[in-house]
Design a protein. Structure first.
Length: 397
């Protein structure tokens, strides 16, 4: 999807907010219907039955009839897809939506003339019940747009994302393989020796964020002052998120253009960032430390970097088992936890090889991916012998 910044007028912004409210209302009704179901009761209504109920509700309530039927039906369609994903085991169960969080709606059956370019940096899109809304034309929209989604983030900014599949980035054809080791201190270490870090808030911005958070803790719930402080915090966090997304896009594009194959660790990021709080009966341990680690993983953009690499270079991303990659010496193949002397230093206890710990792990990923590539072509190159000693100590890569 290609996302662009919308520039609605105040009247259009109010109409867009109305569409978001209708989509949220319909979604929450669908969630409530499915939450009411229990074994032994009649099954919850499906998409077709919910559309029929929506028609009856629009006939009875004027405020709902004043909205767009496309927006409301697509909210039901999105819910049906969310339930299918839940039963498929790939996503969590759909939950109630809260005002101000995840605001947005989807429009389908977009005609070719519904998106047009006005000037070099200005375009506009036709929104039902709203009219033509301008957006910043920062790059090509793409051909064959059939649907788009309009969203509003916590900072109050509107965006439009067009469902168009961009062309993949062609491989350079050099046969080069690069290993990418993701970490918290160093966001991405390459086997070439490059250390890449996702940008974060500057020192002055972090201090301001801390002051705002303290002010928020003292503000009375429901007050105008609290709303203003929350909006200021959201703008700062949106700035940090924009920088991280920009870094991910540029980094993934650069890797796809420079290398034929990108080797990354096969990490289950969603499982790694689960909370350690536990329950009242069985409280977790080291909760504060685990929360800090989770924030570091999210700030480094682990999941998004690999996802965008797979989008831009389909079939050229190799996911490698991360076991022993941070303990194995890339020079001699000796495996020992004692070689990892610190977060940044790898000093092999067998051969004395010295390197940056993250770069050493990235080179192990590169060599493993290159070995898989040789085996796939039918090559007979023997694998480098590895002395794997049992380790009782767990070190985080």
């Amino acid at each position: 999807m290609s996302r662009f910044r919308l520039r609605p007028t105040p009247a259009q912004e109010a109409a867009l907010a109305g569409h978001c409210g209708h989509a949220r209302y319909v979604w929450n009704l669908a969630v409530e219907q499915h939450a009411h179901w229990k074994p032994g009761r009649k099954g919850a209504p499906g998409f077709a039955e919910q559309c029929r109920q929506l028609t009856e509700a629009r006939a009875e309530f004027g405020w709902l009839r004043g909205g767009s039927i496309i927006v409301q039906q697509q909210a039901l369609k999105d819910f049906a897809q969310a339930m299918a994903n839940f039963f498929g085991g790939t996503h969590r169960r759909p939950a109630f939506r809260k005002r101000g969080r995840g605001e947005g709606f989807r429009i389908v059956a977009v005609k070719p003339g519904d998106v047009r370019r006005l000037s070099r940096h200005v375009g506009e899109v036709r929104v039902p019940k709203v009219g033509w809304v301008r957006f910043r034309w920062s790059r090509a929209v793409g051909d064959g747009v059939r649907s788009y989604r309009i969203t509003r983030d916590a900072a109050g900014r509107w965006h439009v994302a067009f469902a168009a599949i961009p062309d993949p980035i062609p491989a350079p054809g050099t046969g080069e393989v690069v290993g990418v080791d993701r970490g918290v201190t160093v966001s991405a270490a390459l086997s070439t020796g490059e250390l890449l870090n996702a940008p974060a808030l500057r020192d002055a911005e972090r201090k301001r964020l801390l002051r705002l958070q303290r002010r928020l803790a003292r503000a009375r719930r429901g007050s105008n002052r609290r709303a203003k402080v929350k909006a200021a915090i959201a703008r700062l966090k949106a700035r940090e998120s924009d920088r991280r997304k920009d870094w991910v896009e540029k980094t993934s594009t650069g890797l796809a253009r420079r290398f034929d194959v990108m080797a990354v660790e096969d990490l289950k990021v969603r499982n790694m960032i689960r909370s350690a709080r536990g329950t009242l009966a069985a409280p977790g341990r080291n909760v504060r430390q685990k929360a800090g680690l989770n924030r570091g993983i999210l700030a480094a953009g682990w999941g998004r970097l690999v996802t965008r690499l797979e989008h831009k270079a389909p079939g050229r991303v190799r996911k490698i088992n991360p076991r022993y990659t941070s303990r194995t010496c890339n020079a001699c193949g000796h495996v020992a936890g004692e070689s990892r002397e610190g977060q940044a230093l790898f000093l092999c206890v067998a051969c004395g090889h010295r390197d940056n710990a993250d770069v050493n792990a990235a080179r192990n990923l590169r060599d493993t991916a290159a070995g898989h590539a040789v085996a796939a072509r039918g090559g007979g190159a023997p694998a480098r012998p590895v002395n794997r000693e049992p380790q009782s100590e767990l070190l985080i890569a």
